[in-house]
Design a binder for this molecule. Structure first.
Ligand SMILES: [Zn+2]
Length: 854
C-alpha cells in the first residue's frame, strides 16, 4: 500500500515539474487577476479553484507541488498542495519518511534537517463555503516570491493544504446560490439566497457529514485523504469551518470536555495557537471567542482525530455558513460580507503557519516524545485488547482488521492458549479470560496506542457531560465482537492464525450448499446470489446435519429449484463464497438429524425484493444517505429512491419493500397516502420505519406500536417528595439551564438489547445486539406483534445517559415487527446504520430487508 502510494506520488510530482518547466517566467497572478474578480465578489466554482491551484504549481514549481489524491463520488478531483521552500520541496519524500521515523512507524534514522509539518483542511462542510475562497489567497501569499514573511516561515515549515475536502457538497451550495442570488447579493435575511433548500450543501454526495467521519472513514473522500494523512502524520492540523451567521469567530483553545487522552503539551499548545490568532484579530478589532461550544471529545472530528494521532488539532469557525451568501444583515444591524469572512479565515491560516514556524523545534520535539511515550509508556488502565475468534465472528473480525489497517494500528494473533484477567465487554465485569491461539491481540505498546485507547476503551471518561456529540463508540460494541480489555501486557505473536480447515466441499455436485449467516459479508453474498438469479432458501430453525450444527438464518442453496442456471450453479456459488469470505459447506442430503429437513415449510425461499426508500423534503438527509450508501456502496444492491414531493402518485405495487428513514412525515403521509401505504402492506408489502418514522406511525390506526409516555403521576409525586425534603429544590440558577436539560438526554450510548433469537430480524446475533441509542423516545412492548429487541433493567453498557432518560430506556421496545394483512411492518427505534460506522447494525438492517416476512 505504502509503496504504491509512494510511486504514485513520485509520478505526479514528475509530471507536474515537466509541465512547470514549460511555463514562462511571468509575474504571478493574484486570485483576482486569474479569476477576473476580487475574492468575495462571487463564489468560485470548484473547477476554477482547481485551475488556480494548478496554475500556481505551474508558475512556481520551486515553491508548490500539487497532487490529485483522488476523486469524489461525483467525480470531482481532490487535491493536496505541498508548499515548501526550494530547499525542502525537492526532498519532500525524505521529509515524509523522516517524519514517520520520528513517529516510529518507519524504521531507520532521520536524515538532514527536519522541518515541522502543518496540514490545513478547508471546506469539509460544503456550504461553509468561505474556506475554499480564502485558501486561494493563502496559497498566493505562500507562493508569492515578494512575500518576505511567508518566505521566512517556510524556512522550517512544510505545508500540506487541502483546498476543498468536500467538493460535491460545496458545489451543491455554490451552484444553488448562483442560481438564486440577486445580482451582487441581497443582504436581507429574508432573501431566498439565504435559505438553502433540502438537503443543503453541508454533507457529501451520500449526505454524510465528513466531519464526523475522520475516525470511521466510511466515505471515499475520507478514505483517500486519510491514507495520505497517515503517510505524513503532521505536527499541526487545522480544520476550517463556519458556524451560524450571527456568531463572530472561534479559534482555540477548545471548550470542555477535552478527552483525557489529550496530553498536557497538546492542551498548552491550544493556548499558544490561540495567542497568535488573538494578535491578528485584536489588531483588526475583530470579534472572536474561545473555550466555548467546540469541545474535543468525540474522536471523529478534524481536530480530535489528528490530536489522537499526535498532532495539535484545531477547528476554526467563521460566522456565516450556508446562510450568509455574499452579504448578510445581522440582528445587530451590521452586514457580514463574504470578503469579511475571507479576511478572517485568511488571518487564522497565517496565524497558524506563523505559530508553527516560530515554535517548530518544540513541535518536533514534542511530537517525537508523544510517539515514544505511546510506544514505551502507553496511557490508561488497559495494556492489551483481545478479540475472540470463532466461526461466528469471522466476518465481523475481518471488518475490524480492515478498519485497523486503515488506521495503521498494529495487531496480531495470540499464537498460543493462555489465561488472563480482563474486562469483559459483554458483561461489563472483570473476569478471568481464556485467550485462544487464534484470538486477535491489539497491544498498547505501539506507536498509535493513544488512538487504540480512545477507540477500544470500554468507557471514555467525560469531564463534562455537555458535549456536542455521541459519548461512546468502543470498537468491540461497534463491531459486535466478544472482547476483553487486559490490565497486563500481552503481545501478539508473529504467527498467523492456524489456517482454517480446508473448505469442506469434497462433493462436486452436492445436494445443497450451506452458508452461515453472521455478518455483512453474508448479506453481500446473499444479494449477489440473488442478482445472479440463484435461488436461495433460509432455515428458520437451527439444525444439525452430517455432524455440523447450524444456527437459524443459515442459507441453503439446493440443486432443486436452480435447474434454470444448470451447470453455472456450482461455479457461481463457490466463486461468490470465495469473493465474500464465506465459509461455504456442501451436503449430500436434504435430511437433517435435528431441525427441519430442507423440504420443510420452515425452510423459506428468499424472494429478491424490489426496494424503495423515501427521500426529499421532510426526510433527514443523513438518515436517508446512510441507507442509500448501504445499498449502493456497501452491499451493491439496487434501490429506488422515491421523493416526498410526488410520493402520492407512485404505484407502490412496483415495490416489495418501502423504507422510511428518520424524518417528519406529517405532510407526505397524510390520511390519504398513509391509507395507500397500508393497503399496499395488506397486499404483501413490507414497510420498514426507522427512528422518528416509527414514532410517526406509533399510536396511529392499524399500527400496533405505542409511544412510551412519561409516567406523569409518578414524576409529580417524586417532585413533591423532593420539595418536602428540600424546600429550595426548585431554586435553579439561570446559568445552569443547559445542564438541567441533560437529565432528559441520552448522547449516543451503548445498550445491550435482548433479542428474541427465534425471529428472523435477530438471526445471526445470538442473544444480544449492541445498540447505539441516541434518543429516550422509546416504545412500549407491543401487545399484537413481535417484540424482537427490548431493553429490560440493567441493559446499559456505556456512554452518557441522563437520569430521566435512563428511566425511559427501561422496559422499552427497540426492534419490533407486526403483521398487517399479508404484509409486515418493521419498527427500528434505533438507527442500525448510524454514520455508516456501527458495523454491528448492518446485518440487522439486512435481516429487516431480506429475511423478515419471507
Ligand atoms: Zn463545519
Amino acid at each position: 500500500m505504502q509503496n504504491t502510494l509512494k510511486r504514485l506520488f513520485a509520478f505526479c510530482l514528475v509530471c507536474l515539474s515537466v509541465q512547470a518547466a514549460v511555463a514562462q517566467q511571468q509575474p504571478l497572478q493574484t486570485p483576482e487577476q486569474f479569476l477576473g474578480y476580487t475574492l468575495g465578489e462571487q463564489f468560485t466554482t470548484h473547477a476554477r479553484v482547481v485551475d488556480y491551484v494548478n496554475y500556481l504549481a505551474q508558475q512556481a514549481p520551486n515553491r508548490i507541488k500539487v497532487q490529485e489524491y483522488g476523486k469524489t463520488y461525483e467525480g470531482r478531483p481532490l487535491l493536496l498542495a505541498y508548499v515548501a521552500n526550494d530547499e525542502n520541496l525537492p526532498r519532500l519524500e525524505q521529509i515524509r519518511e523522516n517524519n514517520l521515523r520520528q513517529a516510529g512507524v518507519m524504521s531507520g534514522t532521520v536524515q538532514g534537517k527536519q522541518p515541522t509539518i502543518v496540514w490545513m483542511s478547508y471546506n469539509i462542510h460544503g456550504n461553509e463555503s468561505v474556506s475554499t475562497e480564502s485558501v486561494m489567497q493563502v496559497l498566493y501569499d505562500l507562493v508569492d516570491p515578494n512575500n518576505q514573511q511567508t518566505k521566512q516561515w517556510l524556512q522550517n515549515t512544510v505545508l500540506l493544504l487541502d483546498p476543498c475536502v468536500n467538493p460535491d457538497g460545496r458545489e451543491r451550495y455554490v451552484q444553488w446560490y448562483k442560481q438564486t442570488q440577486n445580482q451582487g447579493g441581497n443582504a436581507s435575511p429574508y432573501a431566498w439566497e439565504h435559505h438553502e433548500p433540502w438537503p443543503g450543501g453541508r454533507p457529501n454526495h451520500y449526505y454524510f457529514d465528513l466531519n464526523r467521519d475522520w475516525a470511521w472513514q466510511t466515505q471515499i473522500e475520507s478514505k483517500q485523504r486519510l491514507a495520505h494523512y497517515n503517510n505524513w502524520l503532521p505536527q499541526v492540523h487545522a480544520d476550517f469551518h463556519e458556524m451560524g451567521a450571527e456568531s463572530p469567530y472561534y479559534f482555540s483553545p477548545a471548550a470542555k470536555p477535552l478527552h483525557e487522552s489529550i496530553t498536557p503539551w497538546q492542551r498548552q499548545f491550544q493556548y499558544t495557537i490561540g495567542d497568535y490568532n488573538r494578535q491578528y484579530f485584536d489588531k483588526n478589532n475583530w470579534l472572536y471567542f474561545t473555550r466555548e461550544n467546540f469541545d474535543l471529545f468525540y474522536p471523529s472530528y478534524g481536530d480530535t482525530w489528528p490530536t489522537f494521532n499526535g498532532a495539535i488539532g484545531m477547528t476554526y469557525e467563521q460566522g456565516g455558513s450556508g446562510r450568509a451568501g455574499l452579504a448578510y444583515k445581522k440582528q445587530d444591524g451590521d452586514t457580514l460580507t463574504l470578503k469579511d469572512r475571507i479576511a478572517h479565515h485568511h488571518a487564522a491560516s497565517l496565524a497558524t503557519i506563523q505559530a508553527s514556524s516560530e515554535k517548530a523545534d518544540q513541535l518536533t520535539q514534542e511530537f517525537r516524545k508523544y510517539y515514544q511515550n505511546n510506544l514505551q509508556k502507553p496511557a490508561g488502565d488497559y495494556k492489551a485488547f483481545v478479540v475472540k475468534a470463532d466461526s461466528r465472528s469471522a466476518g465481523n473480525l475481518k471488518a475490524l482488521t480492515d478498519y485497523l489497517d486503515r488506521q495503521q494500528i498494529q495487531y496480531g494473533y495470540a499464537g498460543k492458549n493462555s489465561s488472563a484477567r480482563g474486562f469483559n465487554y459483554a458483561t461489563g465485569k472483570e473476569e478471568s479470560v481464556r485467550v485462544g491461539q487464534n484470538d486477535l491481540v491489539v497491544s498498547m505498546y505501539q506507536p498509535k496506542s493513544t488512538l487504540v485507547k480512545v477507540l477500544f476503551e470500554p468507557t471514555s471518561n467525560l469531564e463534562d457531560s455537555l458535549t456536542y456529540d455521541i459519548t461512546s463508540w468502543a470498537m468491540p460494541y461497534a463491531f459486535g465482537l466478544q472482547a476483553y480489555a487486559l490490565k497486563n501486557r500481552l503481545e501478539p505473536s508473529n504467527q498467523k492464525p492456524a489456517a482454517k480447515e480446508a473448505n469442506a466441499i469434497a462433493l462436486e455436485r452436492p445436494y445443497a450448499y450451506l452458508a452461515r449467516w453472521n455478518s455483512l459479508q453474508d448479506v453481500k453474498f446473499l444479494t449477489e446470489l440473488m442478482s445472479q438469479k440463484v435461488k436461495v432458501r433460509m432455515s428458520e430453525k437451527p439444525f444439525e446435519t452430517e455432524g455440523q450444527k447450524y444456527d437459524a438464518g443459515t442459507l441453503i442453496i439446493t440443486r432443486t429449484g436452480n435447474e434454470g442456471i444448470a451447470d453455472k450453479l456450482d461455479t457461481t456459488v463457490r466463486a461468490l463464497a470465495q469473493k465474500h469470505g464465506v465459509d461455504l459447506r456442501a451436503t449430500a442430503t436434504g435430511f437433517v438429524s435435528s431441525g427441519s429437513d430442507f423440504g420443510s415449510g420452515s425452510v423459506r425461499y428468499l424472494k429478491m425484493p424490489r426496494v424503495a426508500v423515501m427521500s426529499g423534503e421532510g426526510v433527514s438527509p443523513y438518515a436517508f444517505g446512510e441507507i442509500w450508501h448501504y445499498f449502493e456502496q456497501q452491499i451493491g444492491y439496487p434501490v429506488t429512491v422515491l421523493g416526498t414531493n410526488y410520493f402520492g402518485s407512485v404505484p407502490l405495487h412496483e415495490f416489495d419493500v418501502l423504507i422510511l428513514p428518520a424524518g417528519s412525515y406529517g405532510r407526505v403521509l397524510n390520511d390519504q397516502t398513509l391509507e395507500q401505504v397500508k393497503n399496499w402492506v395488506r397486499g404483501g408489502g413490507k414497510l420498514i420505519a426507522l427512528e422518528t418514522a416509527a414514532g410517526f406511525l406509533a399510536d396511529k390506526k392499524d399500527f400496533n406500536l405505542k409511544q412510551k409516555g412519561a409516567d406523569e403521576a409518578a414524576e409529580a409525586k417524586e417532585k413533591e417528595k423532593a420539595a418536602k425534603e428540600n424546600p429550595y429544590v426548585n431554586l435553579k440558577a439561570y446559568g445552569d439551564r443547559g445542564r438541567e436539560a441533560l437529565s432528559e438526554d441520552v448522547q449516543g450510548s451503548v445498550f445491550r438489547v435482548n433479542l428474541d433469537k427465534t425471529h428472523p430480524l435477530a438471526f445471526g446475533y445470538g442473544d444480544t445486539y449492541y445498540a447505539l441509542v441516541r434518543t429516550a423516545d422509546t416504545f412500549e412492548f407491543m401487545k399484537d406483534g413481535w417484540n424482537v429487541g427490548v431493553l429490560k433493567k440493567n441493559n446499559y453498557a456505556t456512554g452518557f445517559v441522563g437520569t430521566k432518560a435512563k428511566e425511559k430506556l427501561q422496559d422499552a421496545l427497540i426492534l419490533g415487527t407486526q403483521p398487517l394483512g399479508r404484509g409486515q411492518v418493521v419498527y427500528l427505534a434505533d438507527n442500525p446504520l448510524f454514520r455508516g460506522f456501527w458495523h454491528n447494525g448492518k446485518l440487522l438492517f439486512g435481516n429487516a430487508v431480506f429475511l423478515v416476512g419471507q
